[in-house]
Design a protein around this ligand. Structure first.
Ligand SMILES: [Zn+2]
Length: 410
């Protein structure tokens, strides 16, 4: 049975029916947070008698929400059974949409992927056809997995740009004035759909399943084709009033005449981003600089990855020089964020994170130079560990958190 049924309020309106439903929810909640427990542990934790907890656990076992993991030996020499949440009781689908590809993955309730496809071909365009294609790809992915659709509790779709997650609107891609985009996609998929900004989902993925190790105040830098930051304050994602927080890349920093993707002049992205790196590389070649890298003119959205690859795998001097210069500048402007935010941890993620020390060392040196010593000393700097899977893992974590919140708030 899908865990969906347990998330809803009880259909039994009597006081005893309500109490029983809450006890069942509390057992599942405890097993989700602790991993596993014995009847005695559940009884102590939930302050409910052993016979009552035993009855509830047996019911949850018969409905396949819970599984018996076998007997353990405890200090008194008894061998009680250990219970855990059934990994197949609920699934969560995460979709990360890029400009020329999409990644999709289905996780069970224990955060294990049962199926994942990274960087499948998909052209993100602001057209109804592109939206239909996205829905078709998600539906065929679901059909190809061994999991029944009714077992999927929800879907999170990451898009770049301005997303109002609360209301389900996207403003940069597939803008729909009268009806939330989340609702339109939900109708196509026959599943609850949540929209999320891609950087914010990546941030949450690193927090739940990535490089974060207990830190509660985090800045995640998505340094890719575009640039944005995700923020976690006191363990919670920060959205801002309408969900547009983190648009670091569109801060007007440079006094140049370069038109940004957003239509303004001199944004940070115009000199520090994947798309700026492509322009800088092309301009250097035009000026007679030599490089081992040749850009594929068909893949405009991924050319920066060829330059990153040139630095990492070919040790190409031009690629390294351009990346070092950008990363130094990135460190300088990140120091503004750090001075204001004073985080425990700064995570460098996105395509540029593949550069390792080529990007991290210049960023670190610039942070030391430009941020306040006390702020910098308080903070750890780490590289994303989720890499290309950050978006899809983040999307799964976001939808799991959202859909299980009725349980976790019991
Ligand atoms: Zn801009």
């Amino acid at each position: 049975m899908s865990l969906k049924n347990l998330l809803d309020t009880s259909t039994d309106s009597s006081l005893s029916g309500q109490k029983w439903h809450i006890l069942r929810q509390s057992i599942v909640k405890h097993l989700l947070s602790s991993g596993n427990a014995t009847i005695a542990e559940l009884s102590a934790e939930l302050q409910s008698s052993v016979p009552t907890v035993t009855k509830a656990v047996n019911e949850l076992l018969s409905e396949a929400y819970v599984v018996d993991m076998g007997k353990i030996t405890n200090s008194s020499g008894r061998r009680p059974s250990l219970y855990s949440i059934n990994p197949t009781s609920a699934y969560f689908l995460g979709v990360n949409v890029n400009r020329s590809s999409m990644s999709i993955g289905l996780q069970n309730i224990k955060n294990e992927f049962v199926s994942i496809e990274l960087d499948s071909s998909f052209k993100l365009e602001n057209t109804p056809e592109s939206l239909q294609e996205l829905c078709n790809l998600i539906n065929s992915f679901i059909e190809d997995t061994s999991v029944e659709k009714k077992m999927i509790v929800g879907v999170c779709i990451n898009l770049s740009g301005r997303i109002n997650s609360m209301e389900g609107f996207s403003y940069n891609y597939f803008f729909t004035e009268n009806r939330p985009l989340a609702e339109i996609i939900s109708e196509q998929l026959g599943l609850p759909v949540h929209l999320e900004n891609d950087t914010r989902a990546m941030t949450f993925g690193e927090y739940r399943e990535g490089v974060v190790d207990g830190e509660q105040n985090i800045i995640f830098l998505n340094y890719s084709w575009g640039v944005a930051i995700g923020m976690i304050t006191d363990g919670k994602l920060y959205y801002g009033k309408s969900g547009y927080a983190g648009e670091f890349g569109h801060s007007t920093i440079f006094n140049n005449e370069i038109m940004c993707q957003c239509g303004k002049l001199g944004c940070l992205e115009t000199e520090i981003s994947g798309w700026a790196l492509i322009d800088q590389f092309k301009s250097a070649i035009k000026d007679g600089k030599q490089s081992k890298v040749t850009l594929d003119e068909k893949g405009v959205d991924t050319q920066h990855n060829a330059i990153i690859n040139g630095a990492v795998n070919l040790e190409d001097t031009l690629c390294i020089d351009l990346i070092t210069k950008q990363s130094e500048q990135m460190g300088r402007y990140l120091s503004i964020i750090l001075n204001i935010f004073n985080p425990d941890l700064l995570v460098i993620g996105g395509d540029f994170a593949q550069l390792g020390d080529y990007a991290l060392l210049p960023i670190q040196a610039a942070l030391k130079k430009y941020s306040l010593g006390l702020v910098n000393r308080d903070m750890k700097l780490k590289k994303s560990v989720l890499g290309r899977r950050a978006g899809v893992i983040g999307a799964c974590c976001v939808i799991k958190e959202k859909m299980l919140s009725p349980l976790m708030n019991v």
